[in-house]
Design a binder for this molecule. Structure first.
Ligand code: MEV
Length: 298
């Protein structure tokens, strides 16, 4: 069985595309997949009822992504892959990367290919490139590796450790978000106003550096403040919606130590950091339908 986790970017999304560091976590919810030798290459995605055939020139990104992944296995029999997706799509939780990682992991298992989880994550970049054009690689890496880590494009992943678990509550706006469009919007702003946007990236980098220390020392009050500040900077890059802002405010009022949008923005999900499991449950109830708790151990 193959597995790809969903991910939550704690701090640093968008800046990470431009070479700055980000901190992200892998969550237990994700995508499972099983590959069997079949008569033709086929990918079935439940619960969406989708059946995909690989096509490098197909009109659907899933057809092209599936073809790109299969092309990385030079000699192989036809494969049928059944995947079960347990993440909302287009919501900032790394659904597409989790599908790619699960598919590759399932194929590896069926063909007896051995590689590290980090190498698996790196191999899934070809899948992500089809969807996002210029992915930093944080989603596919965290989907494969999990835990809590500092990611920087082109550098080895730096896992973070602490004896204090992070009680995260994830809330979804139900507003669809396109990573490709949001990344393109930030790139456009960077071209048009380089000083302002570079300043925002540098400020985010310093939040990430401080957050690393806060996680490692278990200072969750400090970490919560850094999350709030990162949300404000992302807002200045026009990535937050009225609903994302309202959900972050509601989570803070319900006892969160901090809250921010996560992922590409423009809709999608936010998350809150709760001090303890009781508060996490209260915040989840305030955030409404679709909200869920993810406890992550650094
Ligand atoms: C998307 O989950 C995170 C972004 O930073 C894009 C990327 O890193 O590729 C917005």
């Amino acid at each position: 069985m193959g597995f790809g986790r969903g991910k939550v970017i704690l701090l640093g999304e968008h800046a990470v595309v431009h070479g700055f560091p980000a901190i992200a976590v892998g969550i237990d919810r994700g995508v499972t997949a099983e590959a069997t030798i079949g008569r033709a290459d086929l990918l079935r995605l439940a619960p969406w009822g989708l059946t995909i055939q690989p096509d490098p020139h197909g009109s659907e990104p899933l057809e092209r992504a599936f073809a790109a992944v299969l092309a990385t296995y030079p000699e192989r029999p036809p494969l049928r892959i059944d995947a079960q997706v347990e993440l909302p799509a287009g919501a900032g939780l790394g659904c597409s990367a989790a599908i790619g990682v699960a598919v590759l992991d399932a194929i590896d298992a069926a063909l007896g290919v051995q590689r590290s989880r980090e190498a698996l994550g790196a191999a899934a970049l070809v899948w992500e490139q089809v969807f996002h054009g210029n992915p930093s690689g944080v989603d596919n890496t965290m989907s494969a590796v999990g835990g809590v880590a500092l990611f920087r494009r082109g550098q080895p992943l730096e896992p973070l450790y602490s004896n204090k678990p992070l009680h995260l509550v994830i809330g979804c706006t139900e507003e669809p978000s396109s990573t490709k469009e949001m990344v393109a919007s930030v790139a456009r702003q960077l071209r048009e106003e380089p000083k302002r946007v570079e300043g925002a990236f540098e400020a985010i980098e310093s939040l990430v550096r401080n957050a690393k220390v806060a996680i490692e020392t278990g200072d969750h009050v400090g970490l919560g403040q850094l999350l709030d500040l990162n949300h404000t900077i992302l807002s200045s890059l026009m990535l937050c919606t009225t609903k994302l802002d309202a959900m972050c405010r509601a989570a803070r009022a319900a006892g969160a130590l901090g809250a921010k949008m996560t992922g590409a923005g423009g809709g999608g999900c936010m998350f809150a950091l709760a001090p303890k499991p009781e508060e996490a449950r209260r915040i989840r109830d305030v955030l409404g339908q679709g909200a869920f708790i993810a406890e992550v151990s650094p």
